[in-house]
Write a protein that binds this ligand. Structure first.
Ligand SMILES: Cc1cc2nc3c(=O)[nH]c(=O)nc-3n(C[C@H](O)[C@H](O)[C@H](O)COP(=O)(O)O)c2cc1C
Length: 384
């Protein structure tokens, strides 16, 4: 397959002599420190991603998990990438590449992943985002197919990454443990997203915060994959410039934020969720990391090595107080059908208490960068 987008080949050329970091050279429109908006399913749309890109960050569109032929998630992805193109003011004849735009996919729907190369790749090639973000493969599926070769290997992380590289995309892989990072790098990932357990949404059930995760992953990669160009970025618990500087201090080359962008003006977030995010404080107390959220949502795509962090709500409180699941689920369904949102799951990270205002995504990116620079100046005193 011919190289479709210069991102990956540019990376190999190491052409951008002036770039301060590998991310700057792979994504020439980025400014430091590089802010990345997370692909958040049903929230991170094409317009949001485009505004992040325009402000010098990297914006990810969330594509979901269903790659079967005819999937409505893939139809939506095409429309969102067209909207991103419009927001960037780029021509659609010919289709020029979308700078610093990526697409995030969830790989736990094991009946979907074998379709990825046939159904997803053509959409990516047509719309030309620069990067692809993969998250959460199913360990049983990977174990069953890791020794397969050729067409039999369809849908393993390694095979998907190889196909993406052949088409010229930079591949991000989000992981929550050093063990999973080792596999993702061995499978070929270019950027490891070190996701700590403060993160909102799905994550490994047994993990650690970015404070230990980022440096241990970096050391492992430097030791075990010497000579490979692998970037590490941090995700989980960052919502302002102080967190950005903290993550850079840990050795991350860029910083991913999800919860902060839930309330970006362009996000597809319903009003009641915006209000809840803005009103919730003290995330350690008022968000909960649990598999209960998927159970009450009747979501079955996640292997039990994963759980998710969400705002603590009435459903979880009843569960914690011992209400039998069937009764709780009945209340959940009744509330949903009567328009009562108090029992629904709102994913958010522990940094939710730092999210106090809604503003355009581009302003969030610029503010984070300025706050980070101010912070770096303030802490210079510690280097004297
Ligand atoms: C509402 C919400 C939806 C998310 N959806 C996805 C998703 O579709 N794919 C994915 O890879 N990660 C998803 N995540 C996790 C993010 O990629 C990221 O790890 C997390 O938001 C970082 O932590 P923070 O929320 O504290 O900034 C989601 C997170 C949130 C809060």
């Amino acid at each position: 397959m011919p190289l479709h987008f210069p991102g990956h080949s540019k990376k190999k050329e190491e052409s951008a002599q002036t770039a301060l970091t590998k991310l700057n050279s792979w994504f020439p429109t980025t400014k430091n420190p590089v802010i990345i908006s997370a692909p958040m399913y049903l929230i991170a749309n094409g317009t949001l991603a485009a505004e992040v890109s325009k402000a010098g960050g990297i914006g990810f569109v969330a594509a979901g998990f269903d790659f079967r032929p005819g999937s409505s998630q893939l139809t939506t992805l095409s429309s969102e990438l067209s909207l991103a193109r419009q927001a960037l003011g780029l021509s659609d004849r010919p289709l020029t590449p979308l700078p610093a735009i990526g697409v995030g996919f969830i790989l736990t729907h094991t009946i979907s992943v074998p379709h990825f190369v046939d159904t997803v790749l053509p959409i990516l090639i047509e719309h030309s985002p620069q990067a692809v973000w993969l998250f959460a493969n199913d360990p049983d599926f990977e174990a069953a197919h890791s020794s397969d070769e050729g067409p039999a290997a369809k849908g393993t992380a390694k095979q998907i990454i190889e196909a993406l590289h052949a088409a010229g995309f930079v591949v991000f892989f989000q992981v929550g443990t050093v063990k999973d990072a080792r596999k993702a790098v061995a499978d070929g990932a270019d950027v490891i997203v070190a996701q700590g357990i403060d993160a909102g949404g799905h994550q490994v059930a047994k993990g650690s915060g970015i404070v230990s995760l980022v440096p241990e992953m970096r050391d492992m990669i430097d030791r075990e994959f010497a000579g490979r160009e692998v970037v590490v970025v941090a995700a989980g618990g960052v919502a302002d410039g102080r967190g950005v500087v903290g993550a850079l201090g840990l050795g991350a080359e860029g910083v991913v934020l999800g919860t902060r962008f839930i309330v970006a003006t362009e996000a597809a977030t319903p009003e009641f969720r915006r209000k809840l995010i803005l009103e919730t404080n003290d995330g350690g107390l008022n968000t909960v990391k649990s598999q209960f959220h998927d159970q009450i949502n009747s979501t079955t795509i996640w292997h039990n090595v994963y759980d998710g962090r969400a705002v603590r709500g009435a459903s979880y409180d009843d569960h914690a107080a011992g209400l039998p699941f069937e009764e709780n689920h009945k209340k959940f369904k009744e509330a949903a059908s009567s328009g009562d949102n108090s029992r629904t799951v709102t994913w958010a990270g522990t940094a939710v208490g730092l999210v106090k205002d809604q503003k355009p995504a581009g302003d969030i990116v610029r503010e984070l960068r300025e706050q980070a620079k101010e912070r770096i100046k303030k802490i210079q005193v510690f280097a004297a």
